[in-house]
Design a protein around this ligand. Structure first.
Ligand code: ACM
Ligand code: ZN
Length: 518
């Protein structure tokens, strides 16, 4: 008996000692986008089922987000001082510090948005099972560390074309979730185009009846001849209630939604419903194939009244500073042959149709400025003279950005060379059909949004960059995710991380870890 007890005691002692000598398994640190500085120490903070949070109203969104995230992982969050949110007015609007020690976690920020980004970092220090709410353990060992972090650029965007193909509200929310997790802050929602109008405008019911549907859709690639069609009606639109829901959802994640209402080109769906908005007055159809179409808005009184009415409803739904007015790919064929357009060029003393486009955009800018908003447009809005307060989204290379910045205009960088995620991402045989191009992950990662032609002073006009997803060849949500990821992760690092900390090999290693989280 005596022997047995002491033998048992020795076994127990050995077990305890061996446990103490085993290094504590901490969660891996693999954060995307890469923070500015990370100092990891040896100890861990043990997050368990009794971990508590102390926050104040300033940090309502970020602390609520953390609470519900932890709760979905089965952690009952009480109030207490394990995780504390602290105001630090020395930090910039989107900056944060995250200090994890053995006995507490401190999040410092000057705004709720900064704290939200600290929470996104903390989230990435937790097991991936938290993402799906399937975490079953009793504790998580979070490595003790200090992170100081802030973004390189104020505009960190992702675009989505919902005209060529439409995606559910649930999917849009998922897209916004990814934007927010990657500390990006802008969702550019491309809502109108030739192949479908996707936002409810109550004053113009024919937009809903006519413009939102096309009779059929091109099959295969545009370059396959002869063109073949699927014979299936396709379409739909987001109701104003749904739009409000999306905007509110994004706001809770510090994502600004910029709506794009295309003008004067990419307007065939609207002209199909209201032919008087075009130059010829002829009935046209909602486009069934891809490309650029000649039926664009005629700069007549009906068009301006229509667009102002549309924008009035849009402004009610989107409280954002920026409204995207498109401006790209507007062929001037109809304007050249239109008596009204030609008379307008004369009476306004304009040189040509390019100046007429500038007249069009400047008029819309004045309208939006009078409502306290700013316009953003594709780089074609430079042609014929840039509207006075416009921000330029540079997509045809970077020369538009250089020209705009040199003349004191803000720019957002989205050159096809580095930002078009509808391009092929690999040369593998099994790649799904895409529009063309070749944009592998490493090229996205290597993008520097600042054109080298700009002086230090001019560089400050570069607000940031954005990944664009045009969906001609992307009919499903799975396919869209395939095109978006992982290139979006690379873009998040382009716009957030300090270039000195960027390292493609290291990024790919962190990416392996991140796949499961997605
Ligand atoms: C564009 O890709 N047409 C902006
Ligand atoms: Zn005309």
């Amino acid at each position: 008996m005596h022997f047995k007890t002491s033998f048992g005691f020795i076994i127990l002692l050995l077990t305890v000692l061996s446990c103490q000598h085993k290094p504590i398994e901490a969660q891996e640190v693999a954060i995307i986008p890469q923070p500015n500085s990370i100092n990891i120490s040896k100890s861990v903070f043990v997050l368990n089922r009794a971990t508590s949070i102390n926050s104040e109203d300033t940090f309502k969104i970020s602390s609520d987000f953390l609470k519900s995230y932890l709760e979905s992982g089965g952690i009952e969050v009480n109030s207490g001082n394990d995780i504390t949110f602290i105001v630090d007015k020395n930090l910039g609007k989107e900056a944060y510090s995250l200090n994890i020690s053995e006995d507490k976690i401190e999040i410092k920020a000057s705004t709720d948005q900064g704290a939200f980004y600290a929470v996104q970092t903390l989230r990435q220090l937790l097991p991936v099972e938290f993402e799906s709410g399937s975490f079953e353990g009793n504790q998580v060992n979070i490595p003790a560390l200090v992170i100081e972090d802030a973004p390189q650029f104020t505009y960190r965007g992702m675009h989505l074309d919902v005209s060529r193909h439409m995606f559910s509200v649930d999917f849009i929310k998922k897209y916004i979730d990814a934007i927010a997790m990657l500390k990006m802050n802008t969702f550019h929602w491309h809502l109108t185009d030739d192949q479908g109008w996707r936002i409810e405008i109550k004053k113009y019911p024919k937009l809903q009846e006519v413009s939102t549907f096309r009779d059929e859709t091109l099959i295969g690639h545009y370059s396959d001849q002869p063109h073949q069609f699927d014979g299936k009606r396709y379409g739909g639109y987001y109701t104003q209630e749904e739009v409000k829901e999306v905007v509110a959802y994004a706001k809770e994640r510090f994502v600004t939604v910029i709506p794009e209402i295309e003008m004067p080109g990419h307007a065939q769906a609207a002209i199909a419903a209201y032919p008087e908005l075009g130059c010829t007055g002829d009935q046209v159809k909602v486009a069934q194939k891809w490309g650029v179409f000649e039926d664009i808005y005629c700069p007549n009184q009906k068009t301006f009244a229509f667009l102002e009415d549309v924008l009035d409803e849009v402004l009610e739904l989107f409280p954002t500073e920026f409204i995207h007015i498109g401006g790209d790919e507007a062929p001037k064929t109809r304007w050249k042959n239109c008596a009204h357009c030609q008379a307008l060029i004369k009476s306004e003393g304009l040189k040509d149709e390019h100046e007429l486009q500038s007249y069009f955009i400047t008029k819309m800018e004045k309208y939006l400025n009078s409502k306290g908003r700013q316009i953003i447009g594709w780089d074609e809005i430079l042609e014929g003279g840039l509207a006075p307060n416009a921000t330029v989204m540079s997509w045809r290379g970077t020369s538009g950005a250089v020209e705009a910045a040199k003349s004191g205009h803000n720019v957002v960088m989205t050159p096809t060379s580095h930002c078009y995620f509808d391009y092929y991402q690999s040369d593998g045989e099994d790649e799904p059909l895409a529009i063309g191009g070749f944009l592998p992950l490493e090229k996205v990662y290597g993008f520097n949004p600042i054109p080298e032609e700009l002086t230090k002073e001019e560089q400050k006009y570069v607000l940031g960059a954005q990944g664009n997803i045009w969906t001609e060849y992307i009919p499903t949500e799975d396919h869209l995710e395939y095109m978006v990821f992982p290139r979006m992760l690379a873009m998040s690092e382009v716009v957030w991380s300090n270039p000195e900390n960027k390292n493609y090999k290291d990024f790919v290693a962190r990416l392996e870890h991140f796949h499961k989280r997605l």
